[in-house]
Ligand binder design. Structure first.
Ligand SMILES: Cc1cc2nc3c(=O)[nH]c(=O)nc-3n(C[C@H](O)[C@H](O)[C@H](O)COP(=O)(O)OP(=O)(O)OC[C@H]3O[C@@H](n4cnc5c(N)ncnc54)[C@H](O)[C@@H]3O)c2cc1C
Length: 236
């Protein structure tokens, strides 16, 4: 099969997929300095954004019968748009798909579902994770009441993307680092500093499984209760 025929076959929606698939439109694509994070603005006409009270995920159709989870962030209930922050730094079909998207393309998806994570009222929210969690953190921030204290760390697998973080997400009060050791060490420093006010915090830990496991362990070691740690593995 030539690449052209394979591409067309992948793009074509089969009669079976057409039964359950939904569609939207890609409105814009922005690529961060260094090219690893792709911001994709999506128009989803039938989604009831105003009902969202938890972080969500959308199963995007990447190719025939292949669906990948991303997080709708920065949604506008009137324009019916949201933004996906897609990490393309690894060799995966989702990365290839994201890199090929341009404004005007159709976006097909299977479903949007609640991720059972939401801001706990009256608590200081601490976001810890990797580059795949950016959308999730933006969505928790959007759901939180105004003036909710937020802090945390986000790790990237390359220093160029880490450097581009504050410029591209100036509203997220998180520090960017560029390796696992750094997020581990800085999280440890942070929890030691805040030991006396432990009960004020809720941690949201998302990203690669290895990172989740080590950060959870660290937080438990420093006496944070299970109920204060909301975690979710995004990839492994
Ligand atoms: C609820 C939920 C929400 C998510 N939201 C987002 C989001 O907003 N943005 C986002 O970028 N991702 C998000 N993810 C993660 C994303 O779905 C996975 O990273 C997915 O595996 C990417 O698919 P792929 O086809 O590119 O790679 P795959 O074909 O799944 O994997 C190919 C190879 O790359 C490795 N791999 C996969 N992802 C990564 C990665 N990010 N870094 C390094 N290696 C990787 C795999 O282990 C495998 O070896 C989310 C996942 C979940 C469950």
């Amino acid at each position: 099969m030539t690449n052209q025929i394979r591409n067309n076959t992948e793009k074509r929606i089969s009669a079976v997929e057409a039964i359950f698939i939904k569609s939207g439109k890609i409105r814009a694509v922005r690529v961060w300095n260094g090219g690893k994070i792709h911001e994709v603005d999506v128009y989803l006409s039938t989604v009831t954004f105003d009902k969202w009270d938890q972080a969500q995920s959308i199963k995007c159709r990447i190719s025939a019968f292949h669906y990948t989870d991303y997080t709708p962030a920065m949604w506008d209930i009137y324009q019916k748009t949201c933004t996906l922050y897609i990490d393309t730094g690894h060799n995966g079909q989702g990365s290839v798909w994201a890199k090929n998207q341009i404004a005007g393309n159709d976006l097909y998806y299977l479903k949007i579902e609640a991720e059972k994570q939401f801001p706990i009222k009256g608590k200081h929210l601490v976001f810890l994770g990797d580059q795949t969690g950016i959308g999730h953190f933006c969505s928790l921030q959007q759901l939180a009441t105004k003036n909710t204290p937020i802090s945390g760390l986000v790790t990237f697998n390359d220093s160029q993307s880490a450097e581009a973080f504050s410029e591209n997400c100036p509203w997220l009060p998180l520090q960017a680092v560029s390796n696992y050791d750094a997020i581990h060490k800085q999280t440890e420093d942070w929890v030691i500093k805040h030991q006396a006010e432990k009960e004020n915090f809720v941690f949201y830990v998302v990203g690669g499984k290895e990172l989740i496991v080590t950060i959870r362990k660290l937080l438990r070691t420093y006496g944070f209760d299970e109920s204060q740690i909301k975690s979710k593995g995004f990839w492994h």
